[in-house]
Design a protein around this ligand. Structure first.
Ligand code: NIG
Ligand code: FE
Length: 405
């Protein structure tokens, strides 16, 4: 990594998002000294000097937000399917008839890597305006070795055009592609024998995800993909219990998964497995809202068992066409009854846990990466409250400052 200039942020009111039984706190104005992209000291002592200073003017300063579950790379639109659903045709039925994920697969296969990057940038800009400094991006609309690789490369390329940190996830097991219809096990063979080994060898992804669902992959297939991922040195995470309860959550937890995502249909047994293995529960209120679902995730059980809760956009063309993470936080509060503090934790340190980067991101602490957002808000509950205007004033990604306003 190139040598970063030192910088001193002054007059910052910090919401550090360190674990704190008293809940989130706003600090007195203090100074953050950053060296080589890392927070060296956070102090009220104003005698610390640096030739490169930035006055935060008493604004609220948080860790840069982490969107830990997106499908940011895709081509095409599914507006017509949105219309079909509102005319009474369910998501599952559209999917069974070659629409849904497969319609985005057709458009994505026809797009070049550079086209995918250009299409993703406006969406990424929306996330950035809502405070995001790290974004997870899944493949899953290619479903051949070449097309999955194209998606993962496009995702990584976003780092060349914007100050952003991208974590990539292989989601070849998103749905069975048309050329394998009726032969899903054969497609799982391709994933395990060719796609995962190649992606691992070329270091194109950090983790492997599976859509464990009746319209995705069954439990035995999910287990095969996860075991193969682990053998190839990749982390695992799952789309589980979104539309029904297949037991994907317990499986993902037992195998050491970083997170289970959606989980509307999760029951107590599943929650106990999350507790046992320390797995993060990632809630995706955008998909719940857009699919007009009514089955709520078991929020109270998650709380009772101290399961770390992440909140993410699930940005995708079919079930969550939303490029604004604070709006998703608002939905987490209004639809799921999360508190504004839970949603903020869900996009900072718990999101960092979901990506396995909580040792260096997701809180403002000495020794952590200087991924920081500086805001025009006076209280952290405001992130989940007023929507529609960007309140981001400036941001730092690995210590590099970017003024936004
Ligand atoms: O997270 N659940 C599966 N995958 C996506 C939907 C993708 C799509 O419909 O294109 C999700 O909701
Ligand atoms: Fe998803």
């Amino acid at each position: 990594m190139s040598k970063k200039n030192d910088i001193l942020l002054t007059n910052a009111k910090i919401v550090s998002m360190k674990e704190n039984p008293q809940g989130y706190q706003i600090s007195e104005p203090c100074n953050i000294y950053i060296q080589d992209g890392v927070i060296k000291t956070i102090t009220a002592d104003t005698s610390v000097q640096c030739s490169n200073q930035y006055d935060c003017g008493g604004k609220l300063v948080t860790p840069g937000f982490i969107d830990s579950h997106t499908h940011l790379i895709f081509a095409g639109s599914r507006a017509h399917e949105f219309e079909m659903r509102l005319n009474g045709i369910p998501y599952q039925e559209i999917a069974k008839n070659g629409g849904g994920i497969l319609s985005t697969v057709r458009a994505t296969r026809n797009a070049s890597e550079d086209e995918l990057v250009s299409l993703a940038l406006p969406r990424l800009d929306g996330l950035i305006r809502s405070g995001v400094t790290t974004v997870e991006v899944k493949s899953g609309y290619g479903l051949t070795l070449d097309d999955e690789v194209k998606m993962l490369k496009a995702a990584k390329k976003l780092e060349e055009s914007r100050r952003i940190r991208v974590s990539t996830t292989l989601l070849a097991a998103h749905t069975v592609p048309p050329e394998f219809q009726g032969q899903s096990d054969k497609y799982v063979d391709l994933i395990c024998e060719e796609i995962i080994p190649y992606v691992s060898q070329e270091k194109l992804a950090d983790s492997v995800d599976v859509f464990c669902e009746s319209i995705g992959f069954n439990l035995a297939q999910t287990e095969r993909v996860f075991l193969c991922a682990k053998e190839n040195g990749l982390a695992i995470k799952g789309h589980t219990e979104q539309l029904s309860n297949l037991g994907g959550t317990a499986l993902t937890a037992k195998l050491g998964g970083r997170s289970v995502d959606h989980i509307e249909y999760l029951d107590l047994d599943g929650v106990l497995e999350l507790q046992k293995y320390g797995t993060v529960a990632t809630l995706l209120p955008g998909a719940f809202y857009f699919l007009r679902e009514s089955q709520l995730p078991p929020i109270e059980l998650l709380r009772q068992h101290n399961i770390p809760i992440a909140v993410a956009s699930d940005l995708n063309p079919g079930t969550s066409p939303f490029s604004d993470l604070t709006m998703i936080m608002n939905m987490g509060c209004t639809l799921f009854g999360l508190t504004p503090e839970e949603t903020l934790r869900g996009v900072t340190n718990n999101a960092a846990k979901a990506l396995g980067v909580n040792h260096s991101r997701g809180q403002l602490s000495e020794g952590f990466d200087a991924d920081i957002a500086i805001w025009n808000v006076t209280h952290p509950a405001e992130f989940s409250y007023f929507q529609g205007e960007s309140r981001l004033h400036a941001r730092l990604v690995v210590g590099e400052l970017e003024h936004v306003e």
